[in-house]
Structures are given as structure tokens and as C-alpha cells.
Ligand binder design. Structure first.
Ligand code: 5GP
Ligand code: MN
Length: 330
């Protein structure tokens, strides 16, 4: 209940002193990134603030969340910036390293004050106020607990706030399955249910529904899947020459890294997505072993069981580099 007691007063002061607020989260935003941005947007707008959410490449599946259609991309906001010039406050969510804002870093620099709220392991504290709790399962849960500590949770919790919050919690806990799910997470789920939120609606619209092109990319990834180190490591990839690759929509490949994780022998599942010629975005998922160490070695980051980085080289080179490190922890 009193979790962020020493931080919330400053949080409140910064919000009270701001009128024009920009809210941003990491590149390739997932449910927690989008959910935390939209929940906070709805909370702050209900308080009468002007709030702009800026995210690139948002998966369409999140269009059930209130405020989704008002999200600006970097380019869209650029045009608006001809009039705004600067923000009173930037709130950065679910993001551990400043460079994961990409070009939008410009908008953080054009903000007078800044708050970071995040739950990644070992993230940097690049804002004026940094609320970082790496034990929390989701940034959405931290936001909930901030307002609870402030004694304002009953005031701010409306359907349009709770829907994105619980969506972020569901996506970052694998639907309350992952080890990070705690008692508080389930208490928040109870509150969501009391507000009339149906979980089957979120599962069907956001998690299960897929486009035919997504299915085809998954088919290709299964075809490319190979096993290493006595079948303990599974690695698959998508290279950027395959059919339909360039029209790929955001989010269509987000499930691929999880496909091999259910195989009994597999301890670590890896997905290599060729983002540029001979440059691979690496996604790692683990049952127990700490893959964030490997990601950090390659200048990436993330959580113990889910981490990522980018490695340059041919497919064979990237796999060799990774296997050398993965074999050390397996
Ligand atoms: P994903 O595999 O879904 O892209 O990422 C898994 C986790 O690792 C996420 O929490 C994400 O924040 C983190 N992550 C992925 N790629 C990078 C990266 O290049 N740099 C850092 N710092 N974190 C990353
Ligand atoms: Mn998150």
C-alpha cells in the first residue's frame, strides 16, 4: 500500500505544476508500454491536463483502448511541435534506456521537467524523478500503486483507465501466468472485474486475434527453427527477403520467440529478426536462466527471463556469437 511513499509527493508536485504533458514509452511498444501511456493519459486528462502520447509502430490490436486513436507518431507530433515548442513535463514509461526513445528523445529534451516510471532490471535513471521498481511485474501496476499510495486510486479508476492498465498487466504477466504475478497483481484484477471489465474481451481482441500475414510469418519461423546444445537452446529467424516481410505490421512477430519455449527440453528460446541487412534484433526468452546478462553483453537489456539486443553480422555469425555466450549460462 505504501510502496512508493518516498516518491509520490514529488510525483504529485511535478504533475500539479504541469499543464502540457507528453507521455512516451519504448520503441516497438507492447501492451504494458501502450497500456501505461493510455491509462496515464486518461487519468491526467480527467484532471484537466493537456496530454500527448507519442509512440511509433503501435500494433492495431490495441485499438480497443481508450485514446488509441489520439496517439501521435514521431512525425505526426513534429508537425504539431510547430505550435507547441515545449512541454512542461515528459513522463517516460516502461523504458530503461534513454536511447530506446529513438528519435522521440527530441521531445524529452524539449520538456522542462521529467518523470520516469519503469520496472526493467538495471535501467538508467535519466529523468528528474525516477520511479523504478524492478520487482514489479508491469509499469501499469506501478502506476496503479502510485495512485493507491497517493490515496487517489478510487478517484482516478474509471473504466477507460482500468482497461489499459489491466491490459498492460495481462500482457506483461502472460495473462497472470508468469512468476512475476504477485498478490497485488491479482487484487488489481479483482478491481478491474468490479469495474465491469471482461477479461475474455481483452484476450480475444489483444492476445489471441491474429492476421493471416502474422500466421504466415509464424509458419516461416517454425520452418527456420533449429535446436542447439542438446536441444536446450532453440533459435529461429526471419530474414528480410521473405515474402510479405516489408508489409509486416507492428506486433505481427511478437509471439514468435515464445513458440519454442513450451518444448520440454528447451531452456532458452531465441528469435532473430533481420531489421536491416546483416543486422538482427535478438529476442530471448528463458525458463530460468538469466538472459538479461547475455543481452547486456551485446549492449541490450531487459529482464531475467525476457531480454533483447541487436547484433550485426551474417545469420551464421550472429548465431555463433550468441551460442558462445548462451552455452556459458545453460
Ligand atoms: P523483446 O524480446 O520483446 O523485444 O524484449 C524483451 C525485453 O528486453 C523487453 O523488456 C525489452 O525492454 C528488452 N529489450 C529488448 N531489446 C532491447 C535492447 O536492444 N536494449 C535494451 N536495453 N532492452 C531491450
Ligand atoms: Mn513492461
Amino acid at each position: 500500500m505504501e510502496k512508493y511513499q518516498n516518491l509520490v509527493e514529488e510525483y504529485k508536485n511535478k504533475i500539479d505544476n504541469a499543464n502540457n504533458i507528453i507521455v512516451m514509452a519504448h520503441i516497438n511498444p507492447d501492451g504494458d508500454a501502450i497500456g501505461s501511456c493510455l491509462a496515464l493519459k486518461n487519468i491526467l486528462e480527467n484532471e484537466g491536463k493537456n496530454v500527448v502520447v507519442c509512440l511509433n509502430d503501435i500494433p492495431e490490436s490495441f485499438d480497443i483502448l481508450n485514446g488509441f486513436e489520439d496517439i501521435y507518431s514521431y512525425e505526426e507530433l513534429k508537425m504539431k511541435m510547430a505550435y507547441i515548442k515545449e512541454f512542461d513535463l515528459a513522463i517516460i514509461l516502461d523504458l530503461s534506456e534513454k536511447d530506446r526513445l529513438d528519435t522521440r528523445i527530441e521531445y524529452l529534451e524539449k520538456s522542462i521537467d521529467s518523470i520516469l516510471i519503469d520496472h526493467h532490471v538495471g535501467g538508467s535513471r535519466f529523468c528528474n524523478l525516477n520511479i523504478i521498481d524492478s520487482e514489479s511485474p508491469a509499469t501499469c501496476q506501478i502506476i496503479y500503486e502510485i495512485y493507491e499510495t497517493l490515496g487517489e486510486i478510487n478517484k482516478v479508476l474509471k473504466y477507460e483507465v482500468m482497461l489499459p492498465l489491466i491490459t498492460g498487466i495481462i500482457t506483461d504477466t502472460g495473462g497472470f501466468r508468469f512468476i512475476n504475478t504477485n498478490v497485488k497483481t491479482l487484487e488489481i484484477a479483482i478491481e478491474a472485474k468490479k469495474l465491469g471489465i471482461n477479461f475474455d474481451y481483452i484476450y480475444n481482441e489483444v492476445i489471441f486475434k491474429k492476421s493471416i500475414s502474422q500466421f504466415k510469418l509464424e509458419q516461416e519461423a517454425i520452418k527456420n527453427l533449429k535446436f542447439y546444445s542438446e536441444d536446450k537452446i532453440a533459435i529461429t529467424y526471419l530474414n528480410n527477403e521473405i515474402e510479405g516481410y516489408s508489409e509486416r505490421k507492428p506486433g505481427e512477430i511478437s509471439g514468435i520467440v515464445n513458440m519454442a519455449k513450451n518444448i520440454d527440453t528447451v531452456e532458452i528460446s531465441v528469435f532473430l529478426n533481420e531489421v536491416e541487412n546483416e543486422s538482427y534484433k535478438v529476442s530471448m526468452r528463458s525458463k530460468e536462466k538469466d538472459v538479461s546478462k547475455i543481452a547486456k553483453y551485446f549492449a541490450g537489456g531487459g529482464h531475467v527471463l525476457a531480454a533483447g539486443c541487436t547484433i550485426k553480422g551474417s545469420l551464421e555469425e550472429v548465431i555463433d556469437k550468441l551460442l558462445e555466450k548462451l552455452n556459458e549460462i545453460i
